[in-house]
Design a protein around this ligand. Structure first.
Ligand SMILES: [Zn+2]
Length: 305
């Protein structure tokens, strides 16, 4: 059978999507092509010279170790009994919606229970996590921190924000954003993250938070905008882009997900950074791009632990 070139696939909406993936076989072929690029590799021994295709690709068998495997093995779909078609729909829907989608809505859209939909969403988020976290950000980087979560109940509020979780973010102008929850907002916690993610050649822009004070010694330049003095833009110095990202993320978290537990916050920040970072590509390119991330796997136990 002629291999499917994933780059050939074009569709503009959900109707085209349905025509492209009318059944399980179409999904399997697509997944095999995306994962192995036309050359299935045995997950047991790594051999790829000769692998038998059995029953229209429902099963593969390695000619060397003689073990069998499916196209799902080692992917986020491995121990799921759901048809790939439902997974594909969920991936398309989740990656295409700018504000995300709730498990209740997804359950209706792809006809699964809400619990299953919740699990699917978390697996998909898991798969899109942190894959670009290697190359340092460069150019002009806006850094900022925000608090996400419920209201403080009679604790006096203030900077500790007992029921909120701090999230730290770094946004390269015209480039990508990286964000993650942090235990608290303090120089000794944020600086290692900054060093790990930002090139020393970069120009950093931030507010006047004292934890950032020594950054000018480690990076090309550090420009500070003084929010306490109601200063928001000074020439090209501002943190407006990262703040716009925060408001997009919070609208999504509260509007679509109706707040969530601290435990899962990092998955939502991953989802929103992924969507932001792929904002210049089309829904279908985003769908294709997803499949380079689908090799990891997250069990229900890991998820609920
Ligand atoms: Zn083998």
């Amino acid at each position: 059978m002629k291999p499917i070139k994933t780059t050939e696939t074009k569709f503009n909406n959900f109707v085209d999507f349905g025509k492209r993936f009318p059944n399980e076989q179409a999904c399997r072929e697509y997944l095999a092509q995306a994962r192995w690029n036309g050359k299935p590799a045995c997950p047991h021994c790594g051999y790829s010279e000769k692998v038998y295709r059995i029953n229209d690709g429902k099963l593969y068998k390695c000619a060397k170790c003689m073990k069998q495997f499916t196209v799902r093995i080692g992917s986020i779909f491995e121990d799921s009994a759901l048809p790939l078609q439902k997974w594909f729909m969920a991936i398309y829907i989740l990656t295409a919606h700018r504000k995300g989608i709730s498990s209740c809505q997804l359950a209706r859209d792809v006809e699964v229970t809400q619990k299953t939909a919740w699990h699917m969403l978390h697996r998909i988020r898991y798969a899109i996590t942190n894959k670009s976290f290697n190359k340092p950000l460069n150019g002009i980087i806006e850094i900022d921190e925000t608090f996400v979560g419920g209201k403080s109940h009679g604790m006096g509020g203030g900077y500790t924000q007992p029921n909120k979780t701090a999230v730290f973010g770094m946004l390269q102008r015209e480039g990508e954003v990286r964000a993650r929850p942090v235990p608290r907002v303090a120089g000794e916690i944020l600086k290692p993250i900054i060093r790990q993610n930002i090139s020393p050649d970069a120009t950093i822009m931030s507010d006047e938070f004292t934890g950032y004070k020594t950054l000018k010694n480690e990076f090309k330049s550090h420009q500070v905008i003084n929010h306490r003095r109601k200063e928001y833009v000074r020439g090209e110095v501002s943190t407006n882009n990262i703040e716009a990202f925060w408001s997009l993320m919070k609208r999504g978290i509260f509007g679509t997900y109706h707040w969530t537990s601290k435990k899962h916050l990092h998955r939502y920040t991953d989802e929103f950074t992924y969507r932001y970072n792929s904002r210049k590509i089309t829904d279908i390119q985003r769908f294709h791009a997803f499949f380079q991330f689908c090799s990891g796997r997250l069990t229900y136990e890991e998820l609920t632990r």
